[in-house]
Write a protein that binds this ligand. Structure first.
Ligand code: CTP
Length: 409
């Protein structure tokens, strides 16, 4: 048995003509190193022979829920636990309706309810069935629950008509499951963010004046590190991009250390494609010395003027990306907290902003406790002063809630 993450795939096949492509799909998934357990609906077996799928998968195909012999081996709950991923290809309109309703009237739909592994669907159906409001409503519900939907493609259909509803080709489905196309797959198998990728910045930046001095700030990275850990605990594959901090890296999928705002911006932009959420907790220097001195600046003159130039606004750039991630910003304010935070939410085009008061002595930079007011278009929640680890946990829950609501449109 392989230990590679995402290597145990339950492949559900429902009853549409595209079911014949599942044979090639199994072959490609196995060539990619996955173990594949096929589960077919009763209708699927009318389109493709279970024996064919047994031969290509190297495992007996599971078909019935109430099958005493199969259940005596690996029962459906064990099977649901075994899987790193439940992929349904093809997913018919009827299957999507059953999944949307949470029915458990056969083995495949029961597994979909019982598993905590991410669910991926490759729909295939007549284009009128696909565009029917009933199917679109089911699709919206499934997406809102975090189900990943691949395709369908548009083109000539088996029924002789043209339109959206063709299942993606097996090679396209396998490519969409690859870590490059789906960075979130590196996370945990379970939790509300399983299969999702989170990019988070934390800590201060240092902007060099000369080889020994820099412009910095008091950010400790504590809030960002705690939030990175809380989001990872909810299943996400978290990449933490951190400025200089004395803290030990939290348990995340990837930890990247940077120093300057420009390095942080480059590290973010290199990794943001395919990411689902971007959380900017870093206290990024808004300005950097225009021309850092090559050697140590000597105290020769009575006064020293240093020219500063603007750094890129990483958060605003990510928020402006077409098809970019759900963005969460932070705002540290000394006065008129909500007014300034609301203005930033709008100006940067964010999905959420967490605002805290700084410079008052209670909470904020370089302290253990913090209080936040979180704002989003049309909503607000206040969190009282509490330890940052506790706050990070509660904030992570709110981020999950708002993120899933955004998927529902
Ligand atoms: N941010 C960023 N890149 C920058 C500056 C800020 O990604 N160059 C992010 C921070 O991580 C934080 C939010 O933007 O999530 C803070 O917004 P910003 O407008 O920079 O806040 P302040 O620095 O507090 O702004 P101002 O000084 O104008 O009040």
């Amino acid at each position: 048995m392989s230990d590679k993450p995402g290597s145990r795939i339950l492949l559900g096949i429902s009853g549409g003509i595209a079911a014949y492509k599942a044979v090639e799909l199994v072959r490609r998934l196995r060539a990619d190193g996955a173990e594949v357990q096929v589960v077919m609906t009763r209708a699927a077996a009318a389109f493709v022979a279970p024996l064919t799928l047994q031969a290509v998968s190297g495992r007996p195909v599971r078909q019935a829920l109430l099958d005493p012999q199969a259940e005596a081996g690996m029962d459906h709950i064990e099977l649901a636990r075994w899987a790193d991923l439940l992929l349904v290809a093809p997913a018919t309109a009827h299957l999507m309706a059953r999944l949307a309703l949470g029915l458990a009237d056969d083995l495949l739909t029961t597994l979909a309810l019982a598993t905590e592994a991410p669910l991926v669907l490759a729909p295939a159906m007549n284009h009128r069935m696909w565009t029917n409001p009933a199917t679109q409503e089911h699709l919206a519900r499934l997406v809102a629950r975090g189900v990943r939907v691949l395709g369908p493609a548009s083109g000539a259909q088996a029924c002789g008509e043209e339109g959206p509803g063709r299942m993606l080709e097996p090679a396209e489905i396998v490519a969409a499951l690859a870590p490059e196309a789906w960075p979130g797959r590196a996370g945990h198998r379970t939790g509300p963010l399983a299969g999702r990728c989170v990019l988070i910045t934390a800590g201060p930046t240092r902007e060099p004046l000369d080889p020994v001095r820099f412009i910095g700030n008091r950010s400790s990275g504590r809030m960002g590190y705690a939030l990175a850990a809380a989001l990872a605990a909810r299943g996400a594959a978290v990449t933490l991009i951190s400025g200089p901090s004395a803290l030990a890296p939290p348990p995340v999928a990837d930890f990247v250390r940077v120093e300057t705002a420009l390095e942080m911006a480059a590290a973010v932009m290199e990794r943001v494609a395919g990411c689902d959420l971007f959380v900017a907790t870093a206290a990024v220097a808004d300005y950097r010395p225009a021309a850092p001195a090559a050697g140590k600046i000597k105290k020769a003159a009575a006064a020293l003027t240093i020219e500063l130039v603007r750094n890129p606004d990483i958060l605003a750039e990510v928020a402006a990306l077409p098809g970019g991630p759900f963005t969460v910003g932070f705002a540290a304010e000394t006065e008129r907290l909500e007014e300034h935070a609301t203005a930033k939410l709008r100006a940067k085009g964010l999905d959420m902003i967490a605002a805290n008061r700084v410079g008052t002595g209670a909470g904020g930079f370089d302290t253990d406790d913090n209080a936040l007011v979180v704002l989003w278009p049309g909503g607000r929640r206040a969190f009282p002063l509490m330890p940052k680890t506790l706050l990070a946990d509660q904030l992570a829950d709110l981020i999950v809630e708002r993120y899933l609501a955004s998927l529902a449109g």
